[in-house]
Ligand binder design. Sequence first.
Ligand code: FE2
Length: 164
Amino acid sequence: MPGKGCIVVAARNGVDCAILNLQGRVYMPQTDCPFRKADDLIQTLPASAKVRLVDFHAELTSEKMAMGWYLDGRVSAVLGTHTHIPTADTRILTNGTAYQTDVGMTGPYNSVIGVEKSIVLQRFLTQLPVRMEAARHGAELHAVIVEVDESTGRANSIRRFTAT
Ligand SMILES: [Fe+2]
């Protein structure tokens, strides 16, 4: 895949934070194995980057949950993206990794995952191709807030955050 897949940036408090982007393979374009890629990327991280956030862009809940357990204790958080629907399984896994299957989208919720409702309904009803357009109403922000112990990289807490 093109690109680097991870970056280390200094947070406002000066703590190094690693951000890793992985993509699932179930019901998605075929890519490198995200599990093996996670192993490779983690090995490249400097020792200073104990705070590690994984954005796992994937369709399937089970693939995301598997990734959470696969990386439990090796990263601070595994957060799913792509489905646009926030899930209610916010938790800290056994070895200290914060987890949520999908953090949801920031965008118009008066829609079908961000797209104008009438367009999506037309597609489902007719099975004909349509041009997708973003909906214009119901903007909401969905996110999670993770508190991490910077000396160990373990998550102390994770909670959902919503602004409507
Ligand atoms: Fe996506």
